[in-house]
Design a protein around this ligand. Structure first.
Ligand SMILES: Nc1ncnc2c1ncn2[C@@H]1O[C@H](COP(=O)(O)OP(=O)(O)OP(=O)(O)O)[C@@H](O)[C@H]1O
Ligand SMILES: [Mg+2]
Length: 256
């Protein structure tokens, strides 16, 4: 099994005017190639902080991260973002507000030298649009002209352009209503089944995480409460906090 990502004793302190401890502390885990790791915890538990460190939007203060056996810090931006893509809750952030979506997608193709000529690029983009259930009619729009769900599908298509090894999805369905959320999750399922892409899938919703991921980390106040195989953690949760997160679903008799 190939280890894709290895985090060791990662700590990030934020400057907090009220002198509260904020950030993440002593985070260690590994993610193997092709696996889907869920990161779950309540608001403020540190999920996005970990996502941002792993996407290099925040510097590593303490600890280390190896990506494909190489320190995260030693990659050039080009080499790194060819392998790792981040998708956020605000899909519009992935696009230039004053350019059509298509222009933004083409820019990625140019920057990463993905296609040899324009014809090849249009075919490639067309194929990815189809994969996320959209068309060139959508791509000709500006980001603000798409619905939240359409824009999120576009952000996924954009991230897929480089055929990344790792997709970091930070609450990507939180702003969407339930049916649109299901559509986006189907797109992720399809990616998972048709490629070797690994996922760090972040959500406050343990039910959603349990449906998509094979491993889970439960985070509280910046610290790992529990981690392991999804089936093990759900069938025999060790921490009270995990039990608390699972309770609403069990009460409703919903499957986890
Ligand atoms: N730039 C910042 N400066 C200071 N404190 C911050 C900053 N960003 C986050 N924090 C604090 O760090 C903690 C973790 O925040 P983080 O955004 O990682 O949580 P989260 O689990 O992603 O929450 P949510 O589910 O609401 O997105 C919180 O207490 C938050 O207030
Ligand atoms: Mg967050």
């Amino acid at each position: 099994m190939t280890v894709l990502l290895e985090c060791k004793e990662l700590t990030h302190h934020y400057e907090d005017p009220l002198h509260h401890q904020a950030g993440v502390f002593d985070i260690s885990f590994t993610l193997n190639k092709g696996h889907r790791l869920g990161l779950v915890g309540e608001s403020g538990s540190g999920k996005s902080t970990i996502a941002k460190i792993l996407s290099r939007f925040l510097n590593i203060q303490e600890g280390s991260v190896q990506f494909l056996e190489q320190s995260l810090t030693t990659y050039s931006d080009h080499d790194f973002y060819k392998k790792v893509q981040y998708i956020s809750q605000q899909p519009q952030e992935a696009f230039h507000p004053k350019r059509t979506i298509q222009a933004s997608l083409e820019e990625v193709c140019h920057n990463f030298k993905i296609c040899r000529n324009n014809e090849e690029m249009q075919t490639y983009i067309g194929r990815l649009l189809q994969k996320v259930g959209l068309s060139f009619d959508h791509a000709r729009q500006f980001p603000h002209q798409l619905s939240g769900g359409e824009c999120q599908r576009m952000a996924i298509a954009r991230a897929l352009l480089v055929q990344p090894d790792l997709l970091i999805c930070d609450e990507i369905t939180s702003a969407l209503d339930v049916t649109v959320q299901e559509g986006v999750m189907e797109v992720l399922q399809d990616i998972q089944q048709t490629s070797q892409t690994s996922f760090l899938f972040i959500s406050h919703d343990i039910a959603l995480v349990s449906q998509f991921c094979d491993e889970i980390i439960v985070l509280k106040d910046g610290q790992i409460q529990e981690k392991g195989l999804m089936s093990d953690v759900l069938s025999n949760p060790q921490s009270e906090y995990t039990k608390m997160l699972m309770k609403p679903y069990q009460k409703e008799g919903r499957e986890l």
